[in-house]
Ligand binder design. Structure first.
Ligand SMILES: Nc1ncnc2c1ncn2[C@@H]1O[C@H](COP(=O)(O)OP(=O)(O)O)[C@@H](O)[C@H]1O
Ligand SMILES: [Mg+2]
Length: 443
């Protein structure tokens, strides 16, 4: 039996927003045992950083508990150290001083401090840079300092929040590879780690176990065990099969979570307007590109292959897949994305026909677009101020930023479908001068 180091039990975390309260994490239960490397994978906004901060004890859960070695936390977690995406180095301190900082906080004697910091710097490949300042270093070297600073305290559990995502592809590849090697040969003082990432391949390359988080609110959607030997070959069929599986989980969850369908096939509560069904923040150009790519590939393509081909990460790809699904242009099936009949027509249409088809689909499936058209038609002035729309959206469901993003997407979609026009100077929406005749009474 291995020791459980971290135990997260029924953790829910909500934040106050201007409209009320937003639940970011819901009923999260997980544990991290000694010696294992766990990846927490999810889309942007799924609550990964929030969960990591709860585990580090930097914030406390609204409900539930986090324990370290059986002790419920009340403040900072004594067994963890964090590596941030943004390095978070102090610019006026040298590499050595930045690394020593962590030990100072632990009350370790200056002489010992220096010795341990030098050792950590050496281990992480920063030898010779002790007296350099952060601004003299490349991104990769700065993140090495970030690692050294966390590892020097010899934490029981190393917590990492997207530690490679601010680095270019080659540098992150290099640093990840070294980390795997150091874990393997026992160079690192810490064997247990939790790494937050939105990169599927990174999760599968590093982790023994991958926990997949759902979005809105963040919940555990699935957990996969990766028992491939290290170092792992990304081109190995077993590796690729796991990548495919995770894509399937991530898109499957969206399909299940999204109640939208055309002509009211989703349950609508008494005063619901449908605008609480969020629009993926995707442009009509991206959407068209995806549908065309599918059409070129004979109608079906693996999600991992699409991401590879477009050099998209999941935060880029999944919203486009969601939008294509919402508008019934394509449908995820297991690990693949399949074009629909609508989608085939859309890919084959000339611009004018595509715009008309898009208008019909958006009216059917994008409640916010439908709502704007409806309101424009029923407002005596024939214009709507976007500030008013943002105000409504904000109080209905979203905070101001999210409301603004929703509206931006709806405006782009509505304009493309020539359902309405937008005057950016006055911030007003108005009905088009030449509406599509077939867009008559739909609302
Ligand atoms: N202090 C906070 N106050 C209000 N909302 C927050 C706060 N911190 C995070 N959030 C919200 O919680 C959600 C999840 O954020 P985060 O944990 O950073 O997600 P991730 O790391 O998966 O991208 C986001 O919608 C974010 O806006
Ligand atoms: Mg984050």
């Amino acid at each position: 039996m291995t020791t459980t180091l971290i135990d997260v039990r029924d953790v829910t975390k909500s934040f106050a927003t201007d409209g009320g309260e937003k639940t970011v994490l819901s009923d999260i239960t997980l544990s991290i045992r000694e010696g294992e490397i766990v990846a927490l994978l999810g889309r942007s906004g799924s609550g990964k950083s929030t969960l990591l901060r709860c585990i580090a004890g930097l914030i406390s859960p609204t409900k539930g508990t986090v324990s370290f070695r059986g002790q419920v936390l009340n403040g900072a977690n004594p067994g963890t150290a964090l590596v941030f995406q943004s390095f978070a180095l102090l610019p006026w301190l040298t590499v050595l001083e930045n690394v020593e900082l962590g030990l100072e906080a632990k009350g370790i004697r200056p002489g010992v401090r220096r010795q341990r910091a030098l050792h950590a710097i050496d281990q992480i490949g920063l030898d010779g840079f002790e007296s350099a300042y952060p601004k003299e270093l490349s991104g990769g070297m700065r993140q090495r300092v970030g690692f050294a600073r966390a590892l020097v305290v010899e934490p029981d559990v190393l917590l990492m929040d997207e530690p490679f995502s601010a680095l270019d592809v080659l540098t992150s590849e290099n640093l990840r590879g070294e980390l795997v090697r150091m874990w393997g040969d026992g160079t690192l003082p810490t064997r247990t780690a939790l790494i937050v990432t939105h990169n599927i391949e990174e999760a599968i390359q590093l982790a023994d176990r991958v926990i997949v988080l759902d979005t809105n609110p963040g919940r555990i959607k699935a957990e996969l065990t990766v028992d491939l030997p290290q170092p792992r070959d990304r081109r190995a069929p077993a590796f690729e099969a796991l990548v495919d599986e995770v894509y399937g989980i991530l898109t499957g969850q969206q399909a299940a979570a999204r109640p939208a369908g055309p002509s009211g096939s989703y349950a609508v509560s008494a005063e619901a307007t449908g605008i609480e069904v969020p629009l993926p923040a995707v442009s009509t150009g991206e959407l068209g590109g995806l549908v065309e790519l599918l059409a070129e590939r004979g109608g079906t393509e693996g999600l991992a292959e699409i991401a590879d081909e477009l050099r998209y990460e999941i935060d880029d790809l999944l919203p486009v897949v969601d939008a294509a699904e919402l508008l019934k242009l394509a449908r995820p099936q297991g690990t693949e994305l399949r074009i629909t009949e609508q989608g085939r027509r859309y890919a084959a249409a000339d611009l004018l026909r595509a715009k008309e088809q898009f208008a019909t689909l958006a009216m059917e499936a994008a409640p916010l677009v439908r709502r704007i058209v409806h309101d424009l038609r029923h407002t005596p002035s024939g214009v709507l101020s976007i500030d008013d729309v943002v105000g409504q959206l904000r109080s209905t469901f979203y905070g101001t930023d999210d409301a603004r993003k929703q509206l931006d997407t709806a405006i782009e979609w509505g304009r493309f479908g020539e359902l309405f026009e937008f005057d950016a100077d006055t911030g007003r929406l108005l009905l088009p001068t030449h509406p599509h005749p077939e867009q008559g009474g739909a609302s």
